[in-house]
Design a protein around this ligand. Sequence first.
Ligand SMILES: [Fe+2]
Length: 317
Amino acid sequence: MLVAFQDVLESAGFNVITAQNGKVALEKLDAIKPDLILSDISMPVMDGYELFEAVRQQPGGAVIPFIFLTARGTREDIFAGKSLGADDYITKPVTTRELLSAVKARIQRSDELMLAQLKAAYKDSLFVLANAIETRDSYTHAHMRRLNAYATMLAQELDWEREQIEDLEFGAILHDIGKIYVPETVLQKEGKLDDAEMADMRKHPEVGAHMIKDIPYLASATPMVLYHHERWDGDGYPEGLAGEEIPLGARVLAVADAFDAMTSNRPYRDALSPDVAFREILSCSGAQFDPEIVEALKVCWEAGRVHEILDQNNGHK
Ligand SMILES: [Fe+2]
């Protein structure tokens, strides 16, 4: 059977390494990290369950997809496999097609999982970095979480695809990253900024975009960082783009950022109530903000979704 499986898998283009029992397999695993382990349960010396547990103890072993093969196929076998956390189960006799589809499906699932974990790890590290910058700016942590939540809420209302929403989240996390180059005296000034200070402040979108533009997985966030202070009527910065010239993600962030900025305390003023801030955004529809996005905000507001986000983040300013 070992030889038969090896043949089937090799003809399908896989590299196959075989072992007569769990102990031999484990020794081979010192030198190789396979993409998948396919193991019989009944084997001499070390059986499939023991091998599975030993693999999971190894560094890096916890992420290797594992498929059990059993002739028995009894309920007990299946429960034992499940309680170990077996990823999959094939019951003998197995056709070539079943074998290949189980192996391929399991590898694909593991690739997807890996990619999702990688993205989550990126997001976490970016959060840490962006929070460090936000802290200099005296408004904090909760700002980014709320901004993220508002932006995602608007994108969902606008029926965006999942990938687009993910990009938007990166944009939301990073939008003010360029403030790392704005002096603290300017960021925390209580009075009005003078012209030179204002010029410094207004550089942050370009600086931020410059910081991330060459990082491939952040490429789609770059326009959002660069254009989040543009206005629908063309009176924004850095380029004075108007209407649909402004990338959609940046227009969404502008609404989410404005709402959160108005409802948070800032060095130069106290927070406005959510109602006042909401009405302010409505009154700027078509001037500062894209009317379609303001409309989406209105729908979310009326459905109570804005308040849900506010309630979740209360007391964490
Ligand atoms: Fe900004």
